[in-house]
Design a protein around this ligand. Structure first.
Ligand SMILES: Cc1ncc(COP(=O)(O)O)c(C=O)c1O
Length: 520
């Protein structure tokens, strides 16, 4: 059987050389105008003002291409890529929803794009008004009292929250004693990693076999006078909501700690559940997940942290305030943890999130959450019909929220084909591969699709069909799957140079050195 018959799919493959191999000496796409004599006269010879040792002896070896050559090169590369704008994208734990183009257009408006972060606040009243209003909406959606939009992404938001937890204990003279953060292994790893980066010791709880989340007794055993706080994700990447959460919050509060809940998976609960109402002290949203702004790899990410009243004094500066007549930047906050990023944050993404919420309205947000959950449960039903696929904790949680983490362990045992092979084969069918799991893989051979509200029933049927086809191949011709991808731009990549210390090279110089010594 030919590959064409198997998949009916052909990706665009241009065998495109790197840009240095294109063009020719002297070719130019743009010729900068000569500096006018008058300017030369007043500025002088700029180069001579640089110290001799900092000046290049030879011009840099840059590619030399005409404008059409540049355009064609990048168009061809773009045709070889896959993203939310070119096909179905259900990479789990990322909430890869469509980013509306109208919001991009608004964010690119010269009214915003041509402003400068150092401009006087009086001259950027519109931007400040949007930031102010967005914060109010996020408070409304989370049950928190105040928000900061400064963190650049989820892990940075968790880091910021960890610093607020430290500042809170510090003000009470307890920061040396309270140096432990408790998290759960199914939380996004930044809930352990970011507090560790902020200087805390981290205790990780594992899920109970039946429920998929830790037992209350496990948390009680971990809590002590050293507990600074609990930092966990809820809902988890398994699509399970940890319904012990209010009990955890009670236990941590009784022990004198604070609770920060990672709300990056909030797509399924917007307008339905407010983590602040359950008693959490801090939380964060990823604007680039739940609020439709482009994901980090296709544009800078942006997160937002929310806190209860008692913690507002620790928020990063500046905070946008309104004095009844105008908006201003408030730096006068003596207990602030300081700045966690330059200027205001990622303003274009704030604007996109603002525009998205405004266009959706409360009803629209609720509908988006409901459709995402229905999509997910439809896909669960379809994928559980695929041979070799199981869903851990199915008995306790047959229905899930925004996503589900399946296991292909059965397929692996019966055919030798594991999740990475399946993911490579998915690419042959013209789809994006799916998330497996963050480390550690406590679910064997994990596969985590997350169909947000912007996928259609036809999309979901196609994904299920592809999984059925690949499963059939795994049981009849496992080598075909194990050697995939066959039909993609890049064939199977040897991961060992990235994971094997004897082969990896962190710098170009190390690479040359290692390869030289290997050749000798
Ligand atoms: C639940 C959860 N928390 C935190 C993060 C980290 O966010 P970021 O990648 O923006 O640092 C992610 C990533 O998508 C996530 O899924």
């Amino acid at each position: 059987m030919t590959m064409e018959k198997t998949t009916g799919y052909h990706s665009v493959s241009w065998s495109e050389p790197i840009i240095y191999q294109l063009g020719g000496e002297g070719r130019r796409g743009f010729r900068a105008p000569q500096t006018e004599e008058e300017i030369k006269g007043s500025v002088g010879d700029v180069l001579s003002q640089l110290p001799e040792k900092m000046r290049r002896r030879n011009p840099p070896n840059l590619p030399e291409l005409s404008e059409p050559e540049v355009v064609r090169h990048f168009i061809r590369l773009s045709q070889e890529t896959y993203g939310v704008d070119s096909g179905i994208h259900i990479h789990g734990t990322c909430t890869m929803k469509y980013s509306p183009k109208m919001n991009d257009a608004i964010a690119r408006s010269p009214k915003l794009a041509d402003t400068h972060p150092l401009q006087d606040a009086e001259t950027v009243q519109g931007t400040l008004a949007i930031m102010y209003q967005l914060r109010k909406w996020l408070c409304e959606l989370s049950g928190m009292d105040e928000f900061s939009l400064q963190p650049r992404g989820g892990a940075h938001a968790v880091f910021t929250n960890a610093r607020i937890i430290r500042a809170y204990h510090n003000l009470k003279g307890q920061s040396e004693q309270r140096n432990e953060i408790i998290t759960t292994v199914l939380s996004h790893p930044c809930n352990g990693g970011s507090p560790a980066a902020a200087g805390f010791k981290v205790i990780t709880l594992y899920p109970d076999e039946e429920t998929g989340y830790p037992e209350i007794e496990a948390l009680k055993a971990a809590v002590s006078k050293r507990t600074a706080g609990l930092m966990v994700t809820d809902p988890y990447d398994t699509g399970v909501f940890d319904s012990n959460i209010d009990e955890y919050i009670k236990i941590i509060h009784e022990a004198g700690g604070l609770v920060a809940i990672d709300q990056a998976n909030a797509n399924s609960i917007l307008t339905k559940l407010r983590i602040g109402d359950l008693g959490a002290d801090l939380c964060h949203f990823n604007l680039h997940k739940s609020f439709s702004t482009p994901h980090a790899s296709t544009g800078p990410g942006s997160a937002a942290i929310g806190v209860k009243q008692e913690l507002t004094k620790f928020l990063p500066v500046p905070i946008v305030q309104f004095d009844g007549k105008k908006y201003y930047l408030d730096y006068d906050r003596p207990n602030t943890i300081g700045k966690v990023g330059e200027f205001y944050g990622v303003v274009p993404n704030m604007l996109r999130a603002y525009a998205w919420i405004l266009s959706m309205g409360a009803e629209g947000l609720r509908e988006a959450s409901e459709v995402a959950v229905i999509n997910n449960n439809y896909l669960i039903k379809k994928l559980l019909e695929v041979r070799g696929v199981t869903l851990p904790w199915y008995k306790a949680h047959p229905l899930r929220l925004q996503e589900a983490r399946f296991s292909l362990q059965k397929m692996k045992e019966e055919t030798g084909v594991g999740v990475e092979d399946v993911n490579h084969r998915i690419v042959d069918y013209g789809l994006q591969d799916m998330e497996t799991s963050h480390e550690p893989w406590i679910i064997p051979e994990p596969l985590t699709p997350e169909p947000p509200e912007t996928v259609t029933k036809e999309d979901l049927d196609r994904i299920a069909q592809v999984m059925h086809d690949i499963s059939r191949e795994a049981y009849s011709d496992p080598e075909l799957v194990k050697t995939a991808p066959h039909n993609a731009i890049i064939s199977k990549i040897d991961k060992s140079p990235a994971s094997d210390p004897t082969k990896w090279a962190m710098t170009w110089r190390a690479y040359i050195k290692k390869n030289r010594s290997e050749r000798q």
